[in-house]
Design a protein around this ligand. Structure first.
Ligand SMILES: [Fe+2]
Length: 464
């Protein structure tokens, strides 16, 4: 009897130990999923039905509604109001279309509505009849929450990312390039528009271009961007830009600069001159946060696309540094990576935090290989599909979180509290070269100052 009891005890102990070891081995190693195939989203209604509806911010208190109809007779009209089915206002806009070899687009409508009240749900319909959509305008004061998701494509992973994005409310989505992965196959632009409509018709989607938007064909289409510019019209004229490929806008204390990795950026270029003038105009008392979005990362320790953003970095980094830009988001590399505050390849307490968030879910899969060992300025990196959230709590503090797609769950893989450089006394002084303390400051010190802010709670920060 005594012997059998000791055998049972031994068996149970061994079983428990094996369970602990099994769970530990699985907790420490996340199983990365392979790429998934492209999914096509067809249009099932009549030709006059609006499809591919998406909205974007279009100047103070205004929103642009964009959609496409196969029927060219449909008018570019949006009816809207604060109650379902009751449209007390109406706006008429413009339309365009384009050809790409044998492909002819539908009628692409762009209608600006407003002035609109802040934090308000509006119900609207496109073209004078048919389906009712709804949107919510951003708030007029802090807090505001941005979703950042790059390199989306149109796969089951894209759907997974968008489902996770939609599971928690947000105000504005920022997309650092590579939307449809149509790559000259124009019907894929239509399919992408239909895939994202349930999301992009409800919250403003602000985009900039990636390499998959270029679509240059020598001699025939030497300037490229035919589909992108026609379909994803952004408010570039409002910020004095001459091109839809780069622009800026303000929303709730945040000045957002969308740069064009695939537009000229050298010192003689229009984009460079525009950026110089545009950063000089920023009033940090009104917009204490400056966020820059571009496609090809300036800092990247992944082996994918190494050095592709280097010439743009050399041309423009000093301008961003002098302007005390808080954050720079890039896509292109299909992984997540967060750097410390950086200037000229070194940690600098007055430089922007650089992040790569090109893990939206495209057909090309993940960029699995990182430089080893990790450079000291890179604080977190992981090749998993997901999206990011940037919540501006007030004029000094924001919270960043990166959410990994994990089948049915969205898992917070990384998070950090951020302090605006506009509130850091040492960084407010006139620029005379790299911040004097920069070379002495290590990445870990910078990280420590960020994490010290994390000791207070979100609600405390809302009151700061
Ligand atoms: Fe890309």
């Amino acid at each position: 009897m005594e012997k059998s009891l000791s055998q049972i005890f031994l068996f149970l102990t061994t079983f428990l130990l094996l369970q602990i070891l099994f769970r530990r081995s699985h907790a420490s190693e996340y199983t990365r999923h392979p790429p998934r195939p492209v999914i096509l989203t067809p249009h099932k209604g009549p030709d006059s039905d609006p499809q591919q509806v998406h909205i974007s911010l279009a100047g103070k208190d205004h929103m642009r509604v964009s959609w496409i109809t196969a029927d060219k007779q449909v008018e570019s009209i949006v009816d809207y109001g604060k109650e379902p089915g009751k449209y007390e206002a109406s706006a008429t806009g413009e339309h365009t279309s384009y050809h790409y070899f044998f492909y002819s687009s539908g009628k692409i409508h762009h209608v600006t509505i407003g002035p609109l009240d802040a934090s308000t749900t509006y119900y609207y319909r496109c073209g004078g009849s048919g389906t009712e959509f709804n949107l919510r305008t951003p708030p007029s004061t802090f807090p505001i929450e941005f979703v950042v998701a790059g390199d989306l494509g149109q796969t089951e992973w894209t759907n997974s990312t968008l489902a996770h994005v939609n599971a928690r409310d947000y105000d504005v989505l920022l997309l650092p390039g590579d939307l449809s992965y149509a790559d000259t196959n124009q019907p894929l632009w239509d399919s992408f528009g239909r895939l994202v409509e349930p999301h992009a018709s409800r919250r403003p989607w602000m985009v900039t271009e990636g390499n998959h938007e270029v679509e240059i064909f020598p001699i025939v289409y030497p300037r490229g961007f035919k589909a992108y510019n026609a379909r994803w019209l952004m408010p570039y004229q409002d910020s004095g830009s001459k091109s839809n490929l780069y622009y800026s806008f303000d929303v709730v204390g945040t000045h957002i600069v969308m740069l064009g990795s695939y537009a000229d950026f050298d010192a003689n270029s229009d984009q460079y001159k525009w950026l110089e003038a545009e950063l000089a105009k920023v009033d940090r008392s009104k917009t204490p946060w400056i966020v820059v979005i571009l496609h090809a990362p300036w800092y990247n320790s992944n082996s994918a696309h190494r050095g592709e953003g280097e010439s743009m970095r050399k041309a423009m980094e000093e301008m961003l540094y002098k302007a005390r830009v808080d954050l720079v988001f890039a896509g292109h590399v299909h992984a997540y990576e967060r750097f410390t505050r950086v200037y000229n390849n070194g940690a600098d307490p007055c430089g922007p935090i650089y992040m790569t968030i090109g893990d939206g879910g495209n057909r090309e899969g993940l960029a699995m290989t990182f430089e080893n060992p990790s450079p000291s300025i890179s604080l977190f990196r992981e090749p998993s599909f997901g999206h990011g959230r940037l919540r501006m709590h007030n004029h000094t503090h924001a919270h960043w979180s990166w959410h990994r797609n994990n089948d049915s769950d969205s898992v917070v893989g990384d998070e950090v509290w951020l302090e605006s450089l506009s509130s850091v006394t040492a960084c407010k002084e006139t620029f005379e070269g790299p911040a004097s303390s920069a070379s002495e400051s290590s990445a870990s010190e910078s990280s420590a100052s960020e994490s010290s802010a994390s000791e207070s709670s979100a609600s405390e920060k809302d009151e700061l």
